[in-house]
Design a protein around this ligand. Structure first.
Ligand SMILES: *Cc1c(COP(=O)(O)O)cnc(C)c1O
Length: 372
């Protein structure tokens, strides 16, 4: 045991936090960062200018607490989502991770459980532990698929208080059919299960992919979570949100900290929403790079999963860690998600994607690669 861990364990830490490691994707100083599914295209100049202006105006009133109800932002998010949603259906926080934490605080907690289907987003079990909610690991089919029948059966058997459905799933990139969401919701009727569909990457889905937002009418236990961290290139601003029945937002009001969304955050998010044309053009380019990665990896004899996200999960590697290290030596950081034979890469700009593909091809051919 390390010194640090020993010192930590001497503290009167809550039992279910003992032995846990914090979320920790490596933050390394590398020229090409394709490891945490950030938007690689940066914030477009007109969006930057709009944010700067909005923040300058907000700064005038920083002596006052912000609008606790972030009314203008909720209305703008509802307008962006469409589907007949109004401000009453929307809730936001500092990243969708905070929204998920608030959902667990309101509907999970001691004696309650949340079900996820690994491999899936690594924050679900950590958020469960942080709120003293039991985490149940469901099972997927070979190839990581999840059918409506299997998911519904697991919900009926386990009767969790909360279910996480990640669509498209992180790290695999593959979306879930709405039939899975409908079946899980129905299966959770007896246990009054809250069903969260995490659509953090929905904007990157292939055209015509339906959102679980279409299922909200008449389903008061369904929550669709989204984020501005990915498509909106605002990971650093920390803005996530969800859409659900108005009574769900009332539940989250019971656990949120007062004034949790700063005036700076609200102004930043509003400016980006109002100037989203350039952002959505970048999303289209990222989708092209994503599709290019899939076809190039296939050409190299690897096994990329179908992706509706801004990243590609790929198998067929004999020694993923060596490939990961080789790419890092070449100045390209991607993600080893700990799944045998697999790695995950975020779609970069055209130049970054080319650097990744060229370095990978050389590594697979057994050559050492020079830093990009
Ligand atoms: C990136 C990501 C999020 C977004 O988290 P934020 O807190 O909004 O930055 C949520 N869910 C999944 C599955 C993700 O990969």
């Amino acid at each position: 045991m390390t010194d640090q861990l020993e010192r930590l364990n001497r503290l009167p830490l809550r039992t279910n936090l003992r032995g846990l490691t914090p979320y920790g994707a490596p933050q390394l100083d590398v020229p090409i960062l394709l490891n945490v599914n950030e938007n690689t295209h940066g914030v477009p100049a007109d969006v930057r200018a709009a944010i700067t202006e909005a923040v300058t105006i907000a700064a005038v009133g920083l002596n006052r607490y912000p609008d606790r109800e972030f009314t203008e932002l909720r209305a703008a998010l509802a307008e962006y989502l469409g589907h007949g949603l109004g401000a009453d259906n929307i809730w936001a926080a500092n990243g969708s991770n905070e929204v998920l934490q608030q959902i667990l605080q309101a509907f999970g907690g001691p004696g309650r459980t949340a079900l996820g289907f690994p491999p899936t987003y690594s924050m679900y079990p950590l958020l469960a532990a942080g709120t003293d909610t039991g985490y149940l690991a469901g099972v997927r089919a070979d190839g990581y698929g999840l059918s409506a029948e299997s998911a519904a059966r697991q919900v009926r058997e386990l009767q969790p208080n909360i279910v996480f459905l990640c669509s498209p799933n992180n790290p695999t990139g593959t979306g879930l059919g709405l039939d899975v969401v409908e079946a899980v919701y129905e299966a959770g009727e007896a246990s009054q299960t809250i069903v969260i569909v995490d659509e953090a990457y929905h904007e990157f889905a292939h055209d015509g992919t339906p959102s679980a937002l279409t299922l909200l009418p008449g389903r008061e236990r369904l929550i669709v979570s989204r984020t501005m961290s990915k498509a909106f290139a605002l990971a650093g601003a920390r803005v996530g949100y969800m859409a659900a029945a108005p009574e769900v937002t009332d539940a989250l009001r019971l656990v949120r900290l007062p004034y949790h969304l700063s005036a700076i955050t609200q102004a930043t998010a509003l400016a980006a929403l109002h100037h989203r044309v350039a952002l959505m053009a970048d999303v289209e380019d990222i989708k092209r790079q994503r599709d290019r990665i899939v076809s190039e990896l296939q050409r190299m004899g690897l096994k990329p999963a179908a992706s509706d996200s801004n990243y590609v999960f790929f198998g067929g590697l004999d020694n993923p860690h060596e490939v990961w290290q080789g790419l890092l030596d070449a100045g390209v950081l991607i993600r080893d998600v700990g799944i045998p034979g697999h790695l995950r890469v975020t779609a970069g700009t055209e130049t970054e994607t080319t650097a990744f593909l060229e370095a990978l091809e050389l590594i697979l051919a057994g050559h050492a690669v020079q830093p990009a």
